[in-house]
Design a protein around this ligand. Structure first.
Ligand code: HEM
Ligand code: HEM
Length: 123
């Protein structure tokens, strides 16, 4: 039951990544291509553009969503790969615990950064 629920979240997180990473890549690369062609407002990774986006609530929220979905999907997938090695139950528990703690720590740190930058008034 627990495994099938986690698997459901794994698939759901893949759908979230598909959409949000698609938009993220579109912003990062199409913007640059348009800029190179002389269209658009500038290099998407220029600090003024990065901070301009990061100070909008919609970006802050979607950064945190993509961060959570990416971390869960990647680390749960990694856990599945470890579990295919027929480890002992206690080792499986250890691997699951270490990955969960690492994921939660990275999620808290990344969310903290997104929120702090969102609240900044200038650079
Ligand atoms: C468009 C984005 C993505 C889609 C649609 C997608 C979809 C999937 C699907 C359908 C599975 C198989 C689930 C299963 O076996 O039941 C999977 C597994 C996996 N994904 Fe993704 N994924 C995406 C992005 C990513 C990213 C960005 C990462 C790395 C952070 C990642 C890491 C993994 C890993 C490690 C596995 C497990 C592989 C295994 O069990 O052998 N995926 N993904
Ligand atoms: C060449 C490819 C990429 C470039 C140039 C890029 C660039 C950036 C930049 C400049 C930001 C800061 C926010 C902004 O300016 O909008 C950002 C944030 C972010 N990117 Fe990417 N990115 C790339 C690929 C990826 C991939 C593959 C993933 C995940 C699978 C990803 C996930 C994220 C997340 C989660 C954030 C928000 C992090 C936070 O605020 O804690 N990016 N990216």
């Amino acid at each position: 039951m627990r495994e099938s629920r986690l698997w459901f979240w794994h698939i759901l997180s893949a759908a979230v990544i598909l959409v949000l990473l698609g938009i993220h890549m579109g912003i990062m690369h199409l913007g640059e291509l348009l800029h190179m062609a002389g269209i658009g407002s500038g290099d998407p990774v220029d600090s003024s553009q990065v901070f301009g986006r990061s100070r909008q609530a919609v970006f802050m929220i979607t950064y945190i969503l993509l961060l959570g979905a990416g971390l869960f999907h990647g680390l749960y997938g990694l856990r599945s790969m470890f579990f295919e090695l027929s480890l002992s139950k206690s080792l499986e528990k250890l691997v699951g615990g270490v990955l969960a703690v690492a994921g939660i720590a990275l999620f808290l740190y990344g969310s903290y950064v997104a929120i702090v930058v969102y609240q900044m008034n200038g650079v």
